[in-house]
Design a protein around this ligand. Structure first.
Ligand code: S6P
Ligand code: ZN
Length: 194
């Protein structure tokens, strides 16, 4: 049977949807091994398991060709010189894309393909980013006083491969240098075992 159309509101200034199917909460402790400065990470987690980001998802689509959408609210802060960021993932079905619309804040989307191509795109309110099929993606909040809020849409059959990034990391990191964001090579990046 056909699914029913639906609407929801995503309103200024917080952009938290007025409803959702799935609310994901990720804290510092969910990011073990992802920040480069492990000593600082461990002492921050021991002190307080800070809330990093929340995702409000519309994930009810069940029919072939359906789309999931939602809003991600990434808080600001640093682990050493590395900005707060999402876990990041490849889509399990690699040949699926995603669109992000930045609603508030400022940041970067760090992306890479399994073949080793890398890209980093700046995000600020109004920017619409197309992440093509095959590109892993991670949002980074480069402000220290404001959330990075993005709206995303992707195919409902995409799925998430978190394991590759958990074990290998991204090839590029976004760190603060002299008060400004700077893209550097990840010294701990490791070739994925396939
Ligand atoms: C899903 C989409 C976003 C992310 C969200 C959190 O495909 O890319 O909804 O899930 O930005 O990131 P992550 O890496 O923790 O799923
Ligand atoms: Zn995705």
């Amino acid at each position: 049977m056909a699914e029913r159309p639906f609407t929801h509101r995503v309103r200024f200034p917080h952009f938290v949807p007025d409803a959702c199917d799935n609310h994901v909460v990720r804290r510092l402790s969910d990011m073990k091994g992802q920040f480069n400065d492990e000593k600082t990470y461990d002492s921050l987690v021991a002190h307080e398991d800070t809330l990093l980001y929340e995702v409000y998802e519309f994930s009810a689509a069940r029919l072939p060709g359906g789309l999931f959408s939602g809003v991600s609210v990434l808080h600001c802060g640093l682990v050493g010189d590395e900005y707060f960021m999402t876990k990041g993932h490849f889509h399990e079905v690699l040949d699926t894309a995603e669109v992000y619309h930045c609603l508030a804040g400022r940041g970067m989307m760090v992306m890479e393909t399994p073949e080793g191509q890398t890209a980093v795109e700046e995000l600020e309110a109004g920017v619409v980013l197309y992440v093509p099929p095959r590109w892993a993606h991670r949002s980074v909040n480069t402000l220290t006083d404001h959330d990075l809020v993005t709206l995303f849409v992707y195919p409902a059959n995409a799925g998430h491969d978190y394991g590759t990034i958990e074990s290998s990391g991204f090839r590029k990191l976004v760190v603060m240098r002299d008060g400004a964001p700077c893209i550097v090579d990840n010294p701990k990046w490791a070739e994925p075992s396939r």
